[in-house]
Structure formats: structure tokens, C-alpha cells
Design a protein around this ligand. Structure first.
Ligand SMILES: Cc1ncc(COP(=O)(O)O)c(C=O)c1O
Length: 422
């Protein structure tokens, strides 16, 4: 498509957008100094779907009306409430229903899954992460290594970028595995790198990991709801994600986990257990012996916090209504338009770290203009009621979210960027 740099053109694209009705289903932050918000931060915290409040109110009302009977007798009984996330999670990750589960939060799930899939021996005890891994993933991996009696300084293997822009090359990963794969127990890698926005070759990672005899776990925080996922085809051992970014389920909302079906036999009891991982039928018989629940539910421990799960269910319903293929198609157009506008207007002043060859919604911007530094520019954008985010040491991340962002938002962003640069 031939793009044009004017508001009328952006509005025309919005009029033709089959998903435009969804924008009204979200709450936007407030105007500031007479400026409407330009919210391009759905990669960090998605906006609130109006339906979320309804779902939370429903459960508050069920609690008030049914009290303890809400577990079994309300419209959406709490004993099965987590299953309302199953269809959405399975569709968004390319998994089968029994392989996914809504539970806990992301880092907690990474730990619970590592308890099952990081089973080090004296010969094979290392965890491979990427060198710029999100800190929580690194801390989780380091502490697992330490808990198993190894030294994280020796036990963490880093996949470094061999490029100035931080782009990760599969050939470098292959070389590490060739060199020291025998000592690596687990690959813990993201689907989308949070700083550069690179979509990693998850199929390739799983293949290389498997061939080297390593377990593979994927952190899908920046990938779910943003890019197509085919977990069943790729077959990592496990994956985990949060739901507050592209899935719009709210701050600290309940996350999700995936366990490949090959690990779901009842004989596999390498999990940390709690009563919600016990089969549902006899859970309230309060037996001293443990009967495993079927599927990934076996990794559940506690009864889920219903009020934190309600917005997840609401958000997934909005997502399913829009449909991931349509969202991805719009996302490509939105971010293409954003890139085109930035390149048109700000050549040699704003650089884009994120390469087109493998990206989702996010662009990571680097200030090249010698008259201003990145953080100052970011602060000025905030004053102009633009929300992106700043990531140390020098990136401004912006991500138009196709569910609620418009082409007019994207155009308004570059107008304000121009102002901020002046
Ligand atoms: C890639 C990645 N991993 C882990 C986390 C930590 O998530 P949580 O605080 O839900 O454990 C985040 C949070 O943004 C993240 O982006």
C-alpha cells in the first residue's frame, strides 16, 4: 500500500478498518493540557476493556449473593472458573485445551515449570538465556541454578548478539549448542525480545534445543496476542506468559502456562503439588493421597484468585471476538505505517532498532539527533500526553495495539514526536 503523511489519509484507513468498533470497548487515559492521549504502550500494560469491570462486578456480586456456595452454584462456578480461559489461551498459543492453564503470574510460573523441567545433573546443569534477557527471567534462572547447588556464574550461558543493533542470530545459538550443548539442561528464551522487539525463531529454537538434548521453555510475555504462535507444532517443553500486555487483563493479572502434551501423563509427577492440582472429582474428599488432575491443571496449586482472573476472562472474550488473524493483519499495517512515517520525517534523527524481517507490533526507537538525548525526548513526549515506554539504556518503545489503536493515533504520534524534537 502507498502511504500518505496526512491526517485525512490516516482517518480513511480507520474508516476502512473492520476492527474499528473495538476501540470504543476500551477505556483510554485522560486528556492532559487539552491533548487527547496517544497510548502506544500496549506492549507494557494494555488498556482496560470496559467488559473487565463487568466481569469483576459479576464475581463481587456472586460472592455477595452466594458466599461459599459460589464455588459450585453461581453462574460461573469458581471451581471451574479458570477453565473459562482455556479456549482463548489455546487459540492464541496454538495449543490443545489440556495443555494450557490460567494460574499465578509469569515469574512464578517460570519457577514452577522449571521445578519440573530443569532437572540438572552434574554433567548437564546449565541454563541458556539470551544476554539481554528480561531481568526477572535471568534472576529466576540464576536462582534455580543456585537452589540446585550449582554456581550461576558458571551455570548461566548467554546467547549474545553478534550485531550492533542487538539482533539475535540463530547461527550463534547453534554454535553455542554445538560447543557446549552437552552441559546445558534448559534453554529459557523469549518469543519476542523485549528491548529490540525481535520475534525469535521459536520453531528453530525448539528444534535446536531438542537436537542438543536440552529442555526448552519459552517466555511469551511479549508474544501472546501479538504474533502467531504454534506451540504444538514447535513443541517446547513448556511456556509461560503474562496477560497484562497485549491481552489487556490489567496490572498483575493472572498469567498462563503451557505444558507439552508429551509431559501430561498421570505417571509424570514432577510438579510441586497443591490441592488444586488434585483431580477435581475427589478434591473435596480431603484425602491424604494425591490423585493428579488431567492436563496442565496438574500444575495448579492453589484455588485461583477469582477477582484477578475475571478481567482475564473478559479480555480473552474481546480478543476471541476480534480474532487473532484479523488483529495481526491490522497490526502489520499499523506498525508499517508507523515505520514509514518515522522514516519519512525523521531520517537521521530517529533510528529504528526493530528490523522488519521479524517483528510484531513494537518498534524500538533510538534517538540519533545530536541536539537531544533519548531520555529528554521521552520526557517531552510524556508531557505531550504520549505514552510509550523508556527502557534503559537508550530505547523508546512504542507499540500500536490493533484492538484499540487507530491509524490516526499513529499519525498523531509522529506529529507530537516532531513537536518534541523541536
Ligand atoms: C519478558 C518478561 N519476563 C518476565 C516478566 C515478569 O512478569 P511478572 O511480574 O508477571 O512475573 C515480564 C514483565 O514485564 C516480562 O516482560
Amino acid at each position: 500500500m502507498e502511504f500518505e503523511d496526512n491526517k485525512d489519509f490516516a482517518r480513511k484507513l480507520d474508516e476502512q478498518d473492520p476492527l474499528r468498533k473495538f476501540r470504543d470497548q476500551f477505556n483510554f487515559p485522560q486528556e492532559r493540557d487539552g491533548r487527547a492521549p496517544v497510548y502506544l504502550c500496549g506492549n507494557s500494560l494494555g488498556l482496560q476493556p470496559k467488559l473487565a469491570a463487568q466481569y469483576v462486578r459479576d464475581e463481587l456480586a456472586n460472592w455477595a449473593d452466594y458466599a461459599v456456595d459460589g464455588h459450585f452454584h453461581s453462574e460461573r462456578p469458581w471451581i471451574k472458573y479458570h477453565r473459562l480461559a482455556t479456549k482463548g489461551f489455546a487459540e492464541l498459543t496454538g495449543a490443545k485445551a489440556p495443555e494450557v492453564i490460567a494460574m499465578n503470574t509469569l515469574t512464578v510460573n517460570l519457577h514452577l515449570l522449571m521445578a519440573s523441567f530443569y532437572r540438572p545433573s552434574s554433567a548437564r546443569y546449565k541454563i541458556l538465556i539470551e544476554a539481554k534477557a528480561f531481568p526477572s527471567d535471568r534472576y529466576a534462572a540464576m536462582s534455580q541454578i543456585r537452589l540446585h547447588g550449582f554456581d550461576p556464574d558458571d551455570g548461566i550461558v548467554e546467547w549474545q548478539s553478534s550485531n550492533d543493533d542487538g539482533w539475535l542470530e540463530m547461527s550463534d545459538l547453534a554454535a553455542i549448542l554445538e560447543r557446549e550443548g552437552d552441559s546445558i539442561a534448559l534453554l529459557l528464551l523469549p518469543g519476542v525480545q523485549y528491548y529490540t522487539g525481535q520475534v525469535l525463531d521459536m520453531a528453530g529454537i525448539c528444534r535446536l534445543g531438542r537436537d542438543a538434548g536440552c529442555a526448552v521453555g519459552l517466555d511469551l510475555a511479549h508474544a501472546i496476542g501479538n504474533v502467531e504462535l504454534h506451540l504444538d507444532d514447535w513443541a517446547p517443553d513448556f511456556a509461560a506468559w503474562c496477560t497484562y500486555k497485549y491481552l489487556n487483563a490489567g496490572p498483575g493479572a493472572i498469567g498462563g502456562a503451557y505444558v507439552h502434551e508429551s509431559h501430561l501423563s498421570p505417571e509424570n509427577l514432577n510438579q510441586l503439588h497443591g490441592w488444586w492440582g488434585h483431580e477435581e472429582k475427589t478434591r473435596f474428599d480431603m484425602l491424604p493421597s494425591f490423585t493428579p488432575a488431567a492436563g496442565a491443571e496438574l500444575w495448579q496449586m492453589s484455588n485461583p484468585p477469582i477477582l484477578a482472573l475475571a478481567p482475564v476472562i473478559a479480555s480473552l472474550n474481546v480478543f476471541l471476538d476480534a480474532g487473532l488473524p484479523r488483529l495481526i493483519e491490522k497490526s502489520r499495517m499499523l506498525t508499517n505505517y508507523l515505520r514509514w512515517l518515522i522514516e519519512q520525517r525523521f531520517a537521521n534523527r530517529i533510528g529504528i532498532l526493530t528490523r522488519d524481517e521479524a517483528r510484531g507490533a513494537q518498534l524500538s526507537l533510538i534517538v540519533q539527533d545530536p541536539n537531544i538525548d533519548g531520555k529528554t525526548l521521552f520526557d517531552r513526549l510524556c508531557k505531550l500526553n504520549v505514552t510509550g515506554d523508556w527502557r534503559e539504556p537508550d530505547v523508546i518503545r512504542v507499540a500500536p495495539a490493533p484492538l484499540y489503536n487507530s491509524f490516526a493515533d499513529v499519525h498523531e504520534f509522529v506529529e507530537r514526536l516532531e513537536l518534541a524534537l523541536r
